[in-house]
Design a binder for this molecule. Structure first.
Ligand code: AMP
Ligand code: TRP
Length: 328
């Protein structure tokens, strides 16, 4: 069986180093071992209100960042979800297979709806759209951060349920979650995932932050009073989080980092960490600025949409046929 990888990052905010770590860095690392589809799930972004201008800009920004981070558009198919109407169509077919109860149990839905007077029905059904994204391309492997594992499990359940009822139509996908950096926490609080929705800007580092801003944010990151660079989530969550970031961005192992800073305080460690992150991000930022306003970016996205459409239509037609819709 061909190994196919599919994944995407929502354009609902500026990309931070958590998303890079859990997601984008994995796309880049795996692109040569799979046939890859990396897309911008812009339809997912509107489960909560998006300012139209910002959605437009962020979608292009993310596509440019995919390329700047090293995804080769000649190898991987890079596209915008809203350019391929099969996603919305398969999502509707799959909604007929999803149970109200299982969608109610999705932790992301519970978190995002908690305490709100009203939430959109799209926020509730969004995991089914994610299942459609994955199943349309018969993806075998889906690299995601820890928080998306439950949605990939749901995708597996929906695919199996559909296959049982209507005959084998979908490949059952596997989540791919790396050991280090699948869950980067906020720099202000190691109990909260690093997220651009946090009102405290010092809690996250954005991919497009200036070096001076990155240095400042890491210098303010919370630590403990024991002054020892040691990896232990139970007793030293703040420092362990910083060590994971260091490891993802420098490519060094956790024991090597512990050893390098043995007997040194947090000052030197935080400086080294900031420089490791800057060294990785500077070339990405440079390429981003070169391509963000170029015609090349539009051409890559147009070409990607054509290729994605072709692949998606094959599965969509098979699913419709299996369910009994008249197809020609
Ligand atoms: P999002 O920006 O929420 O669409 O997330 C895009 C991808 O990045 C998903 O696969 C997430 O699981 C992953 N991700 C987001 N935030 C983090 C984080 N703090 N640590 C690790 N992975 C993350
Ligand atoms: N739901 C994912 C997130 O919030 C983004 C996403 C949408 C996705 N469709 C996908 C990720 C398909 C992997 C595969 O991060």
């Amino acid at each position: 069986m061909n190994k196919r990888m599919l994944s995407g990052i929502k354009p609902s905010g500026d990309l931070n180093i958590g998303g890079y770590s859990g997601s984008l860095s994995q796309f880049v690392a795996n692109q040569h071992d799979y046939e890859c589809f990396f897309f911008i799930p812009d339809l997912h972004a509107i489960t909560v209100y998006q300012d139209p201008k910002e959605l437009h800009q962020r979608s292009r920004d993310l596509a440019a960042l995919y390329i700047a981070a090293g995804i080769d558009p000649n190898k991987a198919t890079i596209f915008l979800q809203s350019q391929v109407s099969a996603h919305a169509e398969l999502s509707w077919l799959l909604e007929s297979q999803a149970h109200f109860g299982e969608l109610s149990r999705m932790t992301q839905f519970k978190d995002k709806s908690e305490g709100k007077d009203t939430v959109s029905s799209a926020l509730f059904t969004y995991p089914v759209l994610m299942a459609a994204d994955i199943l349309l391309y018969q993806a075998t492997h889906v690299p995601v951060g820890d928080d998306q594992k439950q949605h990939v499990e749901l995708t597996r359940d929906l695919a199996a349920r559909f296959n049982n009822k209507y005959g084998k139509t979908f490949v059952i996908p596997e989540p791919v979650i790396q050991e280090t950096g699948a869950r980067i926490m906020g720099l202000d609080d190691p109990t909260n995932k690093m997220s651009k929705s946090n009102p405290n800007q010092n809690s996250y580092v954005l991919l497009l932050d200036d070096p001076a801003v990155i240095r400042k944010k890491f210098s303010r990151a919370v630590t403990d009073s024991d002054m020892c660079v040691r990896y232990d989530w139970d007793t030293k969550p703040e420092v362990s989080n910083l060590i994971e970031i260091y490891s993802v961005f420098s490519g060094e192992s956790i024991p090597a980092i512990e050893k390098q800073y043995e007997g040194q305080g947090y000052g030197a460690f935080k400086k080294g960490l900031a420089e490791a992150v800057i060294a990785k991000l500077e070339p990405i930022q440079k390429t981003y600025h070169e391509i963000i306003n170029s015609k090349d970016l539009d051409d890559i996205l147009k070409d990607g949409a054509v290729r994605a459409n072709e692949a998606a239509q094959v599965t969509l037609q098979a699913a419709k046929r299996a369910m009994g819709f008249v197809t020609f």
